[in-house]
Design a protein around this ligand. Sequence first.
Ligand code: SAM
Length: 234
Amino acid sequence: MDIHVLSLFPDMFSSPFDESIIKRAIDSNIVNIEIHNIRDYAKGRHREVDDYPFGGGGGMVMKPEPLFGALEAIKNEMSKSRTKDEMDRIRTILLSPQGIVLNQSICKNLITIEDLILVCGRYEGIDERVIEQLIDMELSIGDYVLSGGELPAMVLIDSIIRLLPGAVGHQDSIGDDSHVNGLLQFPQYTRPQIFRELEVPEVLLSGNHKAIEEWRYQQSIDRTKLKRPDLMKG
Ligand code: SAM
């Protein structure tokens, strides 16, 4: 999978992408991530990327020219190694508090797309004409406002990389994760068996796989009802 990210703050991505599962996935060519600086596509002596909003009001708006320039240049480069069909399947996503709220089923759908382009907004957001002409989908990571799309892009990338075959060492464990089957995960315990007089549930030590599986399933249902009753309605 290829993921291109457009940002005004590309350095923000270095550390999170240089650790753990994401780094391993990049090193093993499971995913290829390229970060593009939107400012590189700004024209003029000052390479301005933002301007005052028409109609007044506070804050600045990201100008259309650098974003059109960046998206056109990236797609042009991609077209050199892709067929027309493959180009048509590329999806350009704007991270935005106005988008559909990200969930596990969206992540699962996104891993079927080979090429993603993620656009990170800043300031008051981006010129609406970019959204109308070049954005296929707007995705939000929750109903609150962050200062930029970089953290949401990292959240999105992490959540989809986990689902790519080979990215997570123990692939089986992903199937038990919360939200994968519409339920929250059962409680987990590790050594020591007794910690400050608190004991691990007996069934987990029994070696009886069927009993463990049933216990875990029941726990998943009980805690979903308790912590996220809204999930049980679906
Ligand atoms: N004025 C915009 C609005 O009210 O819709 C919010 C702009 S926000 C300060 C700047 C950028 O941060 C957005 O363009 C978007 O890329 C990103 N952003 C902020 N909150 C987000 C969220 N919940 N999910 C995804 N992206 C978000």
